[in-house]
Design a protein around this ligand. Structure first.
Ligand SMILES: [Zn+2]
Ligand SMILES: [Zn+2]
Length: 388
């Protein structure tokens, strides 16, 4: 019998749990009730539970048999500051907060796997189930690592999973190497000298400097990058001035930079502030640049990805496993965990008739894939711990 069938009796409970989480979303680093609920369920199933990693993160540990290997499986559990418009009976009870990325589903899948592994004891070794806060904003993965995640819970490998509403339901997607982009950002304040529009010679114009910076930034991708590499530099905000007859004192810009290799990310991170500063200086304007927290490129380990793919073939059959052709332009903080441990991040197709994209106010996690995702986690844990 397949694990999916063995876990079928858990399905109703999992759906109820997922919908409960959906109705009670909490923002990153404020997931107090979610964290408490996860911890108490894990404790009830016999896990050793550690709380407070990365403020609200939870790790459940369970060992069985004599195996010495350990695997880390990660789910995120934060919600987004979005007004839900699904009209569902279990829609968010907190106006302005919503599980619009399916982290309610990720948490439920890993909890279901936890319950199954605890009851079946069908593994030999140690599982560390990592429930992570603040994926959407504060880099909860890094906060947990900084709190000693992998020192306190040594994992030989670590795996994570995201639902994808544009991929066929129940299909697993894998990709070796880069899967998510590096995202960096900069806030820029240009300070010049304001004055009358008719006497520009008495001013240092931050608008002219800003315009020149926006254009100069376009040369980074076209002139600094290897033509075979990809990158994006976008100025998303340019604000200045209030009157046609006045040159303002200051202007502000924000710059967003995306890259798919650490090398390109490093290049852009160095060149963007350099170019802004020098360009501003040449026009007599001062640039104050604040780097915004971004996430590094998510790079999947080749061997671990091949292993994880093989297990998916066992769980759902080869027809339901695909190789992803290109990385996503979004960012994902599981990249920090993959910098510390070998592992792989994979996606689970969750398309439904009414599927809206992630982060859309009409989005809802597809409960029909809960069982598949949970069974995969259980299969992966068992197989990884049994592997030599
Ligand atoms: Zn998201
Ligand atoms: Zn997400």
């Amino acid at each position: 019998m397949q694990t999916v069938e063995r876990m079928a009796p858990l399905q109703d409970e999992m759906i109820a749990l997922r919908q409960h989480l959906h109705a009670h979303p909490e923002l990153g680093l404020e997931e107090y009730n979610t964290s408490k609920l996860v911890a108490s369920l894990l404790e009830g199933w016999g896990f050793n539970v550690a709380t407070g990693l990365g403020k609200t993160g939870v790790v459940g540990t369970l060992s069985n048999g004599t195996g010495r290997k350990a695997i880390g499986l990660r789910a995120d559990f934060d919600a987004l500051p979005i007004f839900e418009e699904t009209g569902l009976p279990y829609a968010s009870k907190t106006p302005g907060l919503m599980h619009a990325c399916g982290h309610d589903g990720h948490t439920s899948m890993l909890l279901a796997a936890a319950k199954y592994l605890a009851e079946s004891r069908s593994f030999d070794g140690t599982v560390h189930l990592i429930f992570q806060p603040a994926e959407e904003n504060f880099g909860g993965a890094k906060l947990m690592i900084d709190d000693g995640l992998f020192d306190r819970f040594p994992c030989d490998a670590v795996f994570g999973m995201h639902n994808m509403p544009d991929l066929e339901a129940g299909v697993f997607g894998f990709k070796e190497g880069t899967l998510f982009a590096n995202a960096d950002g900069f806030d820029v304040l240009l300070t010049g000298r304001g004055g009358h529009a008719s006497t520009p010679e008495l001013t240092q114009d931050p608008i002219v400097a800003g315009a020149s910076i926006v254009m100069a930034l376009q040369t980074l991708v076209s002139r600094n990058l290897d033509p075979m590499e990809a990158g994006v530099v976008t100025v998303g905000v340019f604000q200045a001035g209030r009157a046609s007859n006045a040159i303002p004192q200051s202007a502000s810009l924000t710059v967003d930079a995306r890259a798919f290799t650490p090398e390109v990310a490093t290049l852009l991170k160095r060149r963007i502030p350099d170019l802004i500063r020098l360009q501003a200086e040449s026009l007599g304007v001062t640039a104050t640049i604040t780097e915004l927290t971004g996430y590094p490129v998510l790079v999947n380990d080749v061997g671990m990805t091949q292993f994880a793919r093989k297990i998916a073939v066992n769980t759902v059959g080869a027809a339901r496993v695909v190789d992803l052709k290109r990385p996503y332009t979004g960012a994902e903080d599981f990249s920090y965990m993959l910098q510390k441990r070998p592992g792989s991040y994979l996606v689970l197709g969750a398309k439904a008739n009414t599927s809206q994209p992630l982060h859309n106010p009409g989005y809802d996690f597809n409960d029909q894939v809960l069982l598949t995702g949970a069974a995969y986690w259980a299969d992966l844990a068992q197989a990884f711990l049994a592997s030599t």
